[in-house]
Design a protein around this ligand. Structure first.
Ligand SMILES: Nc1ncnc2c1ncn2[C@@H]1O[C@H](COP(=O)(O)OP(=O)(O)O)[C@@H](O)[C@H]1O
Ligand SMILES: [Mg+2]
Length: 232
């Protein structure tokens, strides 16, 4: 679905990503994990076309996208849930979802009703303003908005950041259902238990370099890797 080859990225003179190679296979959940400041958000921004100062290849559904602008990448079928969520605070939950749905010209199973089926809480809150939601509700809305555009691949930056453990569990179940519905997921996170429960494949990034890659079973069998690169 997505393949990144030798990606290098820069902010001004700072060299942030170093030869990052990464794949997100179709119908799998791939996790890019690492501590704060290691380059997770930068990697997702590169995929989305939000960082132009970069070299390397990014291939999505067989097509090179590394030189395309963000709106074209979205149109090709990449959804993005940024860490600051990007919802409209003064619009209602329902308006937020409908706008995402209208703006995308892509067809698919995801619409207002299927988003409400996945996140019943959002249906209860349909008339509340985006800015009035709790942290967990905002995450659900932001994911719902991305789904309403019917992407083939969805990039989710730190889905569990700031969420209570119970909500993290619910979110893990929702992500598995999204995957079962046929959407490929690439997420970043620091919560290793969450990553173990949802992912199929894991990449560990440190200081802009991929240090380990493996199936979730391989990572689970290497507690020393988890201790070295992650906060537990
Ligand atoms: N807009 C920016 N300008 C300059 N440096 C940045 C900017 N955004 C992030 N960085 C730096 O790039 C590195 C990687 O950041 P980031 O990709 O946000 O890491 P993560 O998402 O893993 O926490 C960090 O050292 C961070 O300070
Ligand atoms: Mg980040």
């Amino acid at each position: 679905m997505l393949e990144i080859k030798k990606l290098n990225a820069y902010y001004g003179k700072s060299h942030i990503l170093w030869d990052v190679d990464l794949k997100a296979e179709q119908n799998m959940i791939t996790a890019l994990v690492g501590r704060n400041g290691m380059g997770k958000t930068t990697t997702l921004k590169c995929i989305m076309g939000l960082i132009s100062n970069k070299t390397g290849e990014i291939v999505f559904k067989g097509e090179p996208i590394e030189k395309r602008p963000p709106y074209e990448i979205a149109k090709l079928g990449v959804g993005y849930v940024p860490d600051d969520l990007g919802i409209f605070p003064t619009l209602t939950v329902e308006e937020n979802i409908l706008i995402a749905s209208y703006l995308s010209k892509r067809e698919g199973v995801w619409d207002l009703e299927s988003v409400y089926m996945l996140f019943p809480k959002l249906k209860q809150l349909r008339n509340s303003r985006g800015g009035h939601l709790s942290g967990g509700e905002k995450k659900m809305l932001s994911i719902g908005r991305a789904l309403a555009a019917n992407p083939d691949l969805i990039l989710i930056d730190e889905p569990t950041e700031g969420l209570a453990p119970l909500i993290v569990q619910t979110l893990a179940e929702s992500l598995k259902r999204i995957k079962e519905g046929g959407i490929t997921i690439l997420l970043t996170d620091q919560n290793i238990n969450f990553v173990k429960s949802v992912s199929d494949f894991v990449y560990i990034i440190e200081e802009g370099r991929i240090k380990h890659r493996g199936t979730v079973e391989e990572i689970k069998q290497s507690p020393e890797i988890i201790l070295k690169y992650l906060t537990v």
